[in-house]
Design a protein around this ligand. Sequence first.
Ligand SMILES: *Cc1c(COP(=O)(O)O)cnc(C)c1O
Length: 338
Amino acid sequence: MVKIDWSSLGFSYMPTKSHIRYTWKDGAWDAGILVNEPTITMSIAAGCLHYGQECFEGLKVFRQKDGQVVAFRPQQNAERMQRTAVKTVMPPVPTEMFLDALKRVVLDNIDYVPPYGTGCSLYVRPLLIGTGPQIGVAPAAEYTFLMMVMPMGDYYKGGIKPVRAIIFDEYDRAAPQGMGDVKVGGNYAASLFAHEKAHHLGYPVELYLDAKTHTNVEEFATSNFLGFKQDGTFVTVKSNSVLPSVTNLSLQQLAKDLGHKVEVRTVPYEELRDFAEIGACGTAVVVTPVCEIHRGDDVIEIGSKTECGPLLRKLHDAVQDIQFGRAPDPHGWCYPIA
Ligand SMILES: *Cc1c(COP(=O)(O)O)cnc(C)c1O
């Protein structure tokens, strides 16, 4: 048995027993193997290193109240990775292979799936990279797909704290017809400079406006924008350069289930003033409430500065109750692993 202090666990890299690794060569994926070393050897000319043929995913595995181990909507991550692979000219990983990889790597690392009641989960990071040597600009001839896992802590053990966000008019994340709708490392590289700057200025998150006109809201650097209007309408952004978040889709459904009107549409910057609650959503945290948005001298204040708003709180708890098996799973989101 591994010894881990679940109460002090955060979200940082930790080597576990193994990762699973597949190679694509001569037009086909191999059967995959579990690898115990957390390292990889590749050509110094690998396509991922030079021309950024890289994409990734992120999902979570939970140990539920009754002891069952489940993944949350992994089919959605498999399909999104397929869309990303097509757009980056890499061989898509079939859903069946993705789910097989998930089962094998989680079972081999079952001791790292945190006990129920700790609020912790197992974070799963699938990665697809061009590993064949490629110096002329073209897709690589060989690819590696791997899935690594690591336990992560309960983001909210101290309660859900609202954060301040900043909009930089001098930086964009994704072009209108670019790669914003797929999960590539390049999008993160493109936002890292602004992210570091925001951190130095005391803002945990940056909010991006559309790159072309800077009039409409897009998303936070690593999470989707959503919120509730004063009348209880749930609103989130529709845009070609926003990454379709599985968490966002799930929260939309739960908002509908709770009787809220749900709107997926253009959200002008000026409309931010009319929101009762605003949140940033993604797998790692579910939803982070945002209480202030700064853009130059303009400051928009939304809701409480010390506590999560009641509607976001309700959605957060509803999704966690399904994930941890405390509530029924009417949409079949939990995928059994063990
Ligand atoms: C991964 C990601 C999200 C969140 O997606 P989830 O599927 O909910 O984890 C949001 N925005 C960007 C840019 C992302 O890369």
